[in-house]
Unconditional design. Structure first.
Length: 220
C-alpha cells in the first residue's frame, strides 16, 4: 500500500508551509503573499491552496494558539492581588508577544480576522480585559470614568508606535505604554458635546464690530 507514505509526505509538506508562513508573517505581517510562502517552503502554489484554500484558514491554524496564550495571560492577571499590577502586567506581557510577532499584533488590533475560532478567542481577550479594567476601577486604582474602550485606545496607540519603530527602535513601545498607562490614571472624563456644539454654532458666535459673526474660540 502506498497511501501511508503519501500521507506522511503530505503532512511534511503541510508543516513546511506552516513553518514558512509562521516565520514570514511574524516578520512581515499577515499580508505576506501566498507566492512568497510557497517559495520559502519549497512548495508549489497548488499545494498551498489545497492545504489552505482561504487565507483565514492559514491564519487560524498559525495563530489560534497565540490568541489562547493571550487569554491565559489575562486570566493570570485577574488573579493578581493588586488590580493595577495585574492590569499593567497583562499589558506588558501582551505587547511583548506582539513585539516578537507582527502578524499577531495586526490580528489582535483587528487588521484581519481569521475564522470563527480566532474571532471567539479575540472576544474572550476583550471580555477579560474589560474585567481587568472594572476590577481596577472598583478597587479605586483607576478613575471611575475609565472604561474598556480606553484600554482599546491604548492598544491601538502603542501598537502604532510599535509598528513605526519596529526596525530602528524595537523597544520604544515600552515607553509609549508607560506614558499611556500613566495617563490612564489621570485621564479626564469625557464630556457631552452638545454644549460645545451649541457654542460653536455660527448663530451663537459674537458679532464683530462690522456686524459679521466671528468664530468662537474656547478659553484655554
Amino acid at each position: 500500500m502506498t497511501e501511508r507514505p503519501l500521507r506522511r509526505d503530505a503532512e511534511r509538506n503541510r508543516q513546511r508551509l506552516l513553518e514558512a508562513a509562521r516565520e514570514l508573517m511574524a516578520r512581515d505581517g499577515l499580508g505576506v503573499p501566498y507566492e512568497v510562502i510557497a517559495r520559502a517552503a519549497g512548495s508549489g502554489m497548488g499545494t498551498l491552496y489545497r492545504r489552505f484554500p482561504q487565507r483565514q484558514d492559514l491564519v487560524d491554524t498559525l495563530f489560534a494558539e497565540h490568541v489562547e496564550a493571550v487569554v491565559t495571560l489575562a486570566r493570570q492577571a485577574l488573579r493578581a492581588d493588586d488590580p493595577w499590577t495585574g492590569l499593567t502586567w497583562f499589558m506588558e506581557r501582551q505587547f511583548e508577544l506582539e513585539a516578537g510577532n507582527r502578524a499577531l499584533s495586526e490580528l489582535l488590533r483587528g487588521a484581519q480576522q481569521g475564522t470563527d475560532r480566532l474571532a471567539q478567542g479575540c472576544a474572550r481577550i476583550a471580555e477579560l480585559a474589560a474585567q481587568l479594567i472594572e476590577r481596577a476601577v472598583g478597587a479605586g486604582r483607576l478613575p471611575s470614568h475609565v472604561t474598556p474602550h480606553d484600554l482599546e485606545t491604548i492598544h491601538l496607540m502603542v501598537g502604532a508606535v510599535m509598528d513605526a519603530s519596529r526596525q530602528h527602535d524595537p523597544t520604544r513601545w515600552r515607553r509609549a505604554l508607560a506614558v499611556s498607562l500613566a495617563g490612564l490614571r489621570h485621564a479626564e472624563p469625557s464630556h457631552p458635546c452638545e454644549g460645545e456644539q451649541a457654542d460653536a454654532h455660527p448663530d451663537n458666535a459674537p458679532a464683530s464690530p462690522n456686524g459679521e459673526q466671528t468664530p468662537h474660540v474656547p478659553a484655554p
